[in-house]
Design a protein around this ligand. Structure first.
Ligand SMILES: *[C@@H]1O[C@H](CO)[C@@H](O)[C@H](O)[C@H]1NC(C)=O
Ligand SMILES: *[C@@H]1O[C@H](CO)[C@@H](O)[C@H](O)[C@H]1NC(C)=O
Ligand SMILES: *[C@@H]1O[C@H](CO)[C@@H](O)[C@H](O)[C@H]1NC(C)=O
Ligand SMILES: *[C@@H]1O[C@H](CO)[C@@H](O)[C@H](O)[C@H]1NC(C)=O
Ligand SMILES: *[C@@H]1O[C@H](CO)[C@@H](O)[C@H](O)[C@H]1NC(C)=O
Length: 583
């Protein structure tokens, strides 16, 4: 393998090489990050195991990962039957630097930033980085949403991990459906099978897994923490959860930051019709930045490896790469023993996910595209797509930390309005989506995955969101967020008084680039409740191709502390995308 290429693919972070292909980990087993994806048996507090925490009605914290403490809280499975069966919510806390009795102590801030509500490990792993932005006088709280990860009942359509792996293997969500003539039909057929499995194997509790109940769980946690109101920073799916909470309990909103906002109505409709309007804009900004960076050579490593003299030429080269891979996938065998194929569907998803990650990923995206254009698959780290082969004992409940497609489907399919299982209608929907955008063939897969899902009672909250919260919200939107273009402004309108802060970059959520300006406003808001002026635009620091001289606004360089905060937070986000579920 070309060493320069390999070096540029991996940035060294705390002894861990981050895979540049998707930003997912090439984890070396001995690094702390390995714990981030580890199950309870790998936790670092001696003797810690989730199984040893007896779920209770009060919070009892025990040391778990790093400096974090964990707890399991009882909640009603059905809030109309408070004395009925229980859901158990797993939580983590990164404690404030000041004791709870101190006058400086400012209470808990919830963080919901993982792909879909799996934030015990986000907080355990990135709590100290979050605390540096939010402030040391707050506890940082994360929990796994009911149905997922360490919370129970944990949605499972399969009796063993092996069964799950064989059925779900290499079928990501979202999925490129313009990959073969029968891809839409196959996706539909799989959805029918998933629906049957869900009804038969998860029917007892399935109807209780939804964001409405999760918002109630959040209130339950607030009460158990002994505070009046919720302080909350949500990203992506976390913005839906936050907006639902704020709609159901507007008087319980203490502070709320919604960041990388999803259009909640679109989410509940499952139309996903607006989501990709900005994706082409994000792609364009990659092309533009690549031209501006100039070609990459060993003597100018800060260039763009996929360089061509004009954005149009880069676009054409990308199209040519799509076409060649469509007819001839590239075999991959990585030095670490991973193997697989880069085919058209995977390449498209790689481009899409990297746009989602924003400018932080542009450099590596250029490297990967250039390597694939040379037919060089060995250089492409594919750990992220090569799901680890499950190791027997094959006990479905052993590795509780993993996000599984079963759980994701349960949340999104239950949450939204029922999707017809009629194949003709699905085909028409697909045709509509692909007409609307070149990315429609990817985003359509989300709704199609829900056709065939058990109908359920659907009496829970399904929007619209909005209300007069006890304190106005801070809503953060990027100028070229590939999937949530107008949602920030729309959501701000629904919650009068809230302010939109625009961060000037491509990517989904403020962590797509580093912006001390944005962090300053977040900290100020949590500290005093003060919002930025309407119309505030925060610049970001650093250029996509890591050469500060390319961008005049990048005069301020991140301090070492800021850099470490940013690295920890982006690493956390990347890992949450390990399973490729994006929302
Ligand atoms: C929750 O409990 C109420 C009251 O018993 C019942 O009417 C409702 O159907 C239950 N909800 C679900 C989803 O089972
Ligand atoms: C599918 O991809 C091809 C390029 O390989 C493109 O020409 C075509 O428009 C795409 N079709 C849809 C429905 O997106
Ligand atoms: C882009 O295409 C041009 C020809 O149109 C070719 O010379 C160049 O090598 C291509 N660049 C990459 C990175 O594929
Ligand atoms: C597709 O678009 C047409 C025309 O806008 C609309 O009438 C129809 O309801 C859409 N179908 C689906 C399944 O989305
Ligand atoms: C919010 O308050 C305004 C002014 O009091 C009122 O007109 C509006 O209906 C309220 N909105 C909601 C959703 O309660």
């Amino acid at each position: 393998m070309n060493t320069n290429f390999r070096k540029s693919l991996a940035v060294l972070f705390g002894g861990v090489a981050l895979s540049a292909l998707t930003g997912l980990f090439l984890v070396s087993k001995r690094t702390p990050l390995a714990y981030f994806k580890a199950s309870a048996s790998h936790s670092d507090a001696p003797g810690f195991s989730w199984a040893h925490i007896i779920p209770s009605n009060e919070l009892k914290w025990v040391d778990c990962y790093w400096e974090a403490q964990c707890a399991r809280l009882n909640a009603p499975l059905n809030y109309s039957e408070p004395n009925g069966e229980k859901a158990v919510i797993a939580m983590a806390r990164y404690p404030a630097a000041v004791p709870a009795g101190s006058p400086l102590y400012r209470g808990p801030v919830f963080f919901s930033g993982a792909a879909i509500g799996m934030d015990v490990l986000s907080v355990a792993f990135a709590g100290s980085a979050l605390a540096r932005i939010i402030g040391p006088e707050f506890d940082i709280i994360g929990f796994d949403v009911r149905g997922m990860a360490h919370s129970t009942p944990r949605v499972s359509l399969f009796k063993t991990e092996v069964e799950r792996a064989i059925w779900h293997q290499t079928i990501p969500l979202p999925q490129e459906l313009n990959a073969s003539a029968d891809a839409v039909a196959r996706a539909w057929a799989r959805a029918q099978v998933n629906g049957r499995l869900a009804a038969e194997r998860a029917g007892d509790y399935l109807a209780h897994i939804n964001t409405d109940n999760t918002a109630r769980d959040m209130l339950r946690i607030v009460e158990a923490l002994g505070v009046e109101k919720l302080q909350y920073w949500g990203m992506s799916y976390g913005t839906v959860l936050g907006a639902v909470f704020a709609t159901l309990f507007p008087d319980k909103v203490g502070r709320m930051v919604l960041d990388g906002v999803l259009d909640a109505e679109d989410y509940f409709d499952k139309l996903r019709s607006h989501n990709f309007v900005n994706t082409d804009r994000a792609l364009q900004s990659f092309f533009d930045a690549c031209v501006a960076a100039g070609p990459k050579h060993w003597w100018s490593p800060k260039g763009c490896a996929f360089y061509a003299p004009t954005p149009e030429a880069i676009s054409q080269n990308l199209t040519a790469l799509y076409e060649s891979i469509r007819v001839r996938p590239i075999p991959v065998y990585t030095p670490s023993g991973g193997y697989g194929l880069v085919d058209f569907a995977l390449l498209r998803l790689v481009v899409f996910l990297n746009l989602y990650r924003g400018q932080e990923s542009f450099n590596s995206l250029g490297d990967v595209l250039a390597a694939l254009a040379r037919g060089d698959g060995a250089a492409t780290p594919l750990q992220w797509m090569l799901e680890p082969v499950p190791k027997c004992s094959c006990d479905a409940h052993e590795d509780l930390s993993d996000i599984v497609l079963d759980g994701v489907l349960a949340i999104i399919c239950n949450d939204g309005r029922a999707v017809s299982s009629d194949f003709d209608e699905i085909e028409q929907y697909y045709a509509n989506m692909t007409k609307a955008s070149g990315w429609g063939s990817i985003m359509a897969s989300v709704r199609i995955a829900c056709s065939g899902w058990p109908a359920g009672p659907k009496k829970h909250f399904q929007g619209p969101v909005g209300g007069n919260t006890s304190i106005p919200m801070l809503i953060i939107g990027n100028t070229a967020d590939p999937i949530t273009p107008w949602a920030a402004k729309k959501t701000a309108k629904a919650f009068p008084g809230s302010i939109v802060l625009t961060q000037d970059c491509a990517g989904h959520g403020s962590l797509a680039a580093s912006s001390p300006c944005t962090w300053g406003h977040i900290r100020e808001y949590f500290g005093s409740g003060a919002l930025p002026d309407a119309g505030t635009v925060c610049p970001v620091v650093g250029s996509p191709f890591a050469d500060a001289s390319l961008q005049p606004q990048a005069q301020t360089v991140l301090s070492v502390t800021e850099r470490s905060v940013f690295d920890a937070l982006t690493a956390m986000q990347r890992n949450s995308w390990r399973r490729k579920f994006i929302l």
